[in-house]
Design a protein around this ligand. Sequence first.
Ligand code: SF4
Length: 85
Amino acid sequence: MDLRECKKCLLLQSGEEDNYNLVQEYIKKIKPGEKCPDGLYSERLEKCKRCDNLISGVCIKCGCYVEFRAAYKNKKCPDAKLKAW
Ligand code: SF4
């Protein structure tokens, strides 16, 4: 497993398989009414993958794993200027 810092990478691309699996387990526990629809979730992550604030799956603006933050329907991109999603 390669744990080097990976710019614009989500967890699996960063070699963070254990954290990826943990995040997926947490996502499964999100109540259906709070969960982001699949299509919108993918769109959000595509925007994160083009963002300089994404380092090894973590948004440096909020310290969250973006794959988890984006899974909540009502969460927003934390960058007040960018407002990517
Ligand atoms: S600033 Fe917004 S678009 Fe960029 S990584 Fe964070 S959540 Fe994603």
